[in-house]
Design a protein around this ligand. Structure first.
Ligand code: GLN
Length: 218
C-alpha cells in the first residue's frame, strides 16, 4: 500500500525536522503554506515554533477554515509545542483545551525529561521541551496522556494528538508512528465509500461546529 501523504504546516517553526522524521518512516510529505496544499493530505502536523507568528500566517493565508473542515472530516492531526497552542480554544479552536504558553517559565528555555505517554507501547519517551506550554484547562472529551509536575503535556481528542514537547527532535519516532497509523486508517475509511456514508454525515455536522469555532477564534 502506498504511504499516506502527510501535510506539515510550513509557515514558520521547525517543520523541516517533522518532514524528515515522517520521510524516514516512509511517508510522503507536503509542506503546507496555502490552502491548496491541503488537498489530498491524510494527516497534518502543526510544528513547534512561535504561535503568534504562526497565527498571523494562518490568518494571512486563510488556512483556519480549510483545516477545520478537514479535521471535521476526521483528518488526523499532530500538534507539537506551538502546534499544541495552535489547536487550543484561543487559537484554531479545534481542541477543547486551553494552553498556557511558556508554562515552565521563560527562563527555563529547554529541558529534557522521560515522559510516560499513555497508549504508546515501549515505556517512557525521552522528550525535549523548549519554552513549552502545558494544558491549563481541558474539557471532558480530552484524554490526558502524560503529565510533568502534575500538568498535562500530552493529550488526545478524537484523532487529534498534542504534545507540549518536540517529538521530532529525539530519535524516538513513536509519536509520529502513531500519527501515520491514524493516517493509514483515515485513508482506509475514506476508501470505504458508500458504506461509510453514515459516518461522513455525522462528521459533517462536527465540521460545521469546528468551522464556527475557528471563525470565532482566529
Ligand atoms: N513558546 C512558544 C509559543 O508560545 C512555543 C515554543 C515552541 O514551539 N518550542 O509559541
Amino acid at each position: 500500500m502506498a504511504e499516506p501523504l502527510v501535510g506539515v504546516l510550513a509557515l514558520q517553526g521547525d517543520f523541516e525536522a517533522h518532514a524528515r522524521v515522517l520521510r524516514r518512516l516512509g511517508a510522503a510529505v507536503r509542506e503546507v503554506r496555502v490552502a491548496a496544499d491541503l488537498d489530498g493530505v491524510c494527516g497534518l502536523v502543526i510544528p513547534g515554533g512561535e504561535s503568534t507568528t504562526m497565527t498571523l500566517g494562518v490568518r494571512r493565508e486563510g488556512l483556519a477554515e480549510p483545516i477545520a473542515a478537514l479535521v471535521g472530516d476526521g483528518l488526523p492531526v499532530l500538534g507539537s509545542c506551538a502546534g499544541l497552542i495552535m489547536l487550543d480554544r484561543a487559537h484554531l479552536g479545534l481542541m477543547d483545551i486551553l494552553a498556557q504558553r511558556n508554562a515552565f517559565g521563560r527562563q527555563i528555555k529547554s529541558f529534557e525529561a522521560d515522559v510516560a505517554v499513555a497508549g504508546l507501547p515501549g515505556g517512557p519517551l525521552r522528550a525535549v521541551f523548549i519554552r513549552a506550554p502545558w494544558i491549563a484547562e481541558h474539557g471532558p472529551d480530552v484524554q490526558v496522556l502524560a503529565e510533568v509536575d502534575g500538568h498535562p503535556v500530552a493529550a488526545r481528542q478524537g484523532q487529534m494528538l498534542v504534545v507540549a514537547f518536540h517529538s521530532e527532535l529525539s530519535d524516538d519516532d513513536r509519536v509520529h508512528e502513531l500519527l501515520l497509523d491514524w493516517a493509514r486508517r483515515f485513508v482506509a475509511g475514506r476508501g470505504r465509500g458508500a458504506a461509510a456514508a453514515g459516518v461522513i454525515s455525522t462528521r459533517g455536522r462536527s465540521a460545521e461546529r469546528t468551522h464556527r469555532l475557528a471563525r470565532r477564534h482566529v
